[in-house]
Each structure stands twice: as C-alpha cells, then as structure tokens.
Design a protein around this ligand. Sequence first.
Ligand code: UD1
Ligand code: CA
Length: 451
Amino acid sequence: MPTSLIILAAGQGTRMKSDLPKVLHPIAGAPMLIHAMRAGAALTPDHTIVVTGHGADAVEAAARAYDDTVQIAHQAEQKGTGHAVAQAAPLLKGYTGDALVLYGDTPFISEETLTRMAEARRHHDLVVLGFEATDPGRYGRLKMTGETLERIVEFKDADAATRAITFCNSGVVAAASETLFDLIGELGNDNASGEYYLTDIVEIARAKGLSATAIACDEAETMGINSRPELARAEAAFQDRKRLEMLETGVTLPAPETVHFAFDTVVGRDAVIEQNVVFGPDVTLESGAHVRAFSHLEGCHVSRGAVVGPYARLRPGAELAENARIGNFVEVKNAAIAEGAKVNHLSYIGDATLGEGTNVGAGTITCNYDGVMKHHTTVGARAFIGSNTMLVAPVTVGDEAMTASGSVITKDVPDGALAVARGIQVNKPGLARKLFEMLKAKKTKKDQGAA
Ligand code: UD1
Ligand code: CA
C-alpha cells in the first residue's frame, strides 16, 4: 500500500529546558527527528511531511538536510496532536494512499513494527501502535474488546478503572489518508486540555462503523523523550542496541560498552574496534579494518587491512585505502591515503593525497591554510617524507622522492629527487666543552654571592 508520513514536531519540549527545539536534540549524532524520519523512510513513502511549530526554521533546515524532498506543514499554534495532523491536509489533498502519523520525539520505532502495522491495515480501517507499559504513567490508554480498539482515553480524562489499563498509546496511527482527514475534521476539543486530540479519531471511526485495532510493539521502541534524563537514557539504549548489532554481524569489540557509535556507522565483518573509540556521523569501516583504542572518526572511509590509532583522529574526507596505517596522534582531514601508505606518528595531513607505499615521518605537517584559503598537498608513490617536514601547500612531491628531516618544502620536488630545505649544520670543535666550563663558573660565582 502506498504510504505517506506525517511527522509531528511542533511541540516546544518545555521539560528539556533548552533553547534548541526538542526534536533537534541529538541521539548518536543525529537529531531525534532524523531517527523518526529514517524509521519511516523504510516504508519508501510518497510524501514525508514534517509538522513544525516551535523553532520551525531550525527544524525545517534539519529535516531538509537529511531529505531534500521533505514537505513542511506549519502549525502556528499548538492546539493538539489532531490539530497538528490537520495541518498536513492541504499537502495530501487527493492522495489515495495511506497516511502514517509518527512523532518527532519518538525516535526508535522499528521497520519491522511499521511493516506489521501496514499488514494490519489490510484488515482494519484504523491501526494504532500500542505497547504494554511497565509504568503507564500519563500515556493514553487503549480500550480494547478482543481485537477491536474501541477508543483511546487520555490520562487526564480517564477514570480510575481506565487508568488501571496498561496497554498504552504510542501515538503512531495508520489509516487511509482520506479517512484520516475526514475523521480529523470531526474532532472537538471538549476535554481536560482543551486540545484537539488525534486519539479521539478512534471513537469517531467506531461510531461510523469503521474498524479499528491496535498492534503491540516492544516498549523500548515507543520510548518518548521529554527531558534530558530521558534523552540520556535514549542515547544509552541506542548505543546498547548498536553494539549488539555490531557484535551479531561479526565485528570484534573487546569492550563494547566503551565504544560510541553514530546512528549511521557501517562496519564490515571481522573489523576490530578497540576500547574507547568514538564515531561521528558518516563512517564506513571495511571488513578487517582495525581501529585501535582512543581514536575518533567522522566522515571517513577505512579500507580492508588498514590500521588506525591508537589515539588517531580521522576527520571528514579521510579516505584510507587498503593496508594504510595511521598511527598515534595523527590527524587526517580531506585526504586520500593510498594503499600501504603510512603516517605513524604525530602528524597533520589535511587537504592532501599520499601515493601508494609512501612513508611519512613523525611530526610532518601539511601546511594547508594560508590564513585565508586552503591548498592541496600531493605526495607521489613510494616517497619518503623525513620527520618534521613542513609541506607548505600548494606543493607536490614526486614518486620515489625524499625530503630531508626538518625541511620546509615550499617548491615542488621532482620524481626521484631529494629535497633538503633547512639550515646547514656547522660543527665548532671543542666549543661545547668551553661553553660548559664558562657556564659552570658563572653558576658557582652566583651561588657564592647568595651565601
Ligand atoms: C500523546 C498522546 C497519548 C500518547 C502519547 C505517547 C494525544 C492526545 N495523546 O500524548 O495518547 O500516549 O502521546 O507519547 O495524542 N505536537 C504537535 N502539535 C501539537 C501538539 C503536539 O506537533 O499541537 C507533537 C509534539 O511535538 C510531540 C507529539 O506531537 O512530538 C506528541 O505530543 P505531546 O504533547 O507530547 O503528547 P502527549 O501528551 O505525550
Ligand atoms: Ca509526549
């Protein structure tokens, strides 16, 4: 069944105590809204509509950055979840597929659950996602008769018997788009909050003789985020799941609880990730890559057999070919390191290309920034860059070329040439001993003066 998404993200999130709209608080490096959008994207929706309100511009920008086909419905005043969904009506006018309502602050609904909802839709006009709550708290309660969902009662409006129900509303609803908007058109706001409750469509649908049901998912999926402690718990839950997923797909993690993944980290089997490694967004490690302890990676690609760290930093655009080596206290940014090339100690390689089998000595820096613009450094294949070389970009060092240690390279080095660009050493025979004696005598005199 063709489906469109309506993602509610207009609420303020007062309990976050933040200037940032709630749905933009990140989990594993992505705003929680993006997690909700990703979950829904599994259904390959015809339209993805985000309903914005508080912080609308920032929410819209984040949604677009993730998916430039996203559509925005603005809810100027927050009059309830039913009113929020109604804002999407003009964008779905004449649409004959299903509409699925998700919440921007409920990031963990799984693809499998959404698929089960779509299946249930074949037999029912309205499908609500519910869960058995360990602590039902203030969730809306689902009143069932067998498979039939009779109505949803908000906590504030519930009597004691209804509050005793533990089968709760996650907020996720699926129906034919036309049916959904017809039902929403009939909503009133005569309730404890004076809001247009989306949940009231169930009772309206039943009165019209439409069928409604609720399917259940694991409570972990419906985890909503309203405060910082809940955000921290959500992050922990995400990390636990991601670590387990990595282990189950054949990644070696000697201390999984210390590794921090991003929402989109991709790791091939038999890769090894040691202790205390942190992943920012957009990292791919191929099979058999090895990331050693205390490394930080973002926006990079590490090929088979490459070794990174310990204590390495790979920044966006770092591209490591097979068997490349990036050692301790080395930072790589926007640079392609060819097969078997090595940068093992204390270096900065930025805006650069290193050829196959090239060895970069300790302390080497690509001086890529002139204070205004960035420039590129190219080093050919099988070159040897002496320790503490400054490569002042733009500059090219040829294949099988060498630079002498401590050189400041400002001119291109031809293939096979050795470049020496440093002060020339002069030895003064006996002068060191003489200097020592002079200095010691000076100190003795000074100590006697003090006594
Ligand atoms: C809602 C449900 C409740 C369910 C709970 C699950 C209703 C009336 N109640 O309650 O049954 O158990 O979620 O978490 O639907 N929003 C808007 N515009 C609005 C109001 C809300 O976009 O005018 C958005 C919020 O940003 C949020 C979502 O809708 O993403 C849910 O709103 P919230 O006020 O948190 O609803 P709850 O009271 O938690
Ligand atoms: Ca809520």
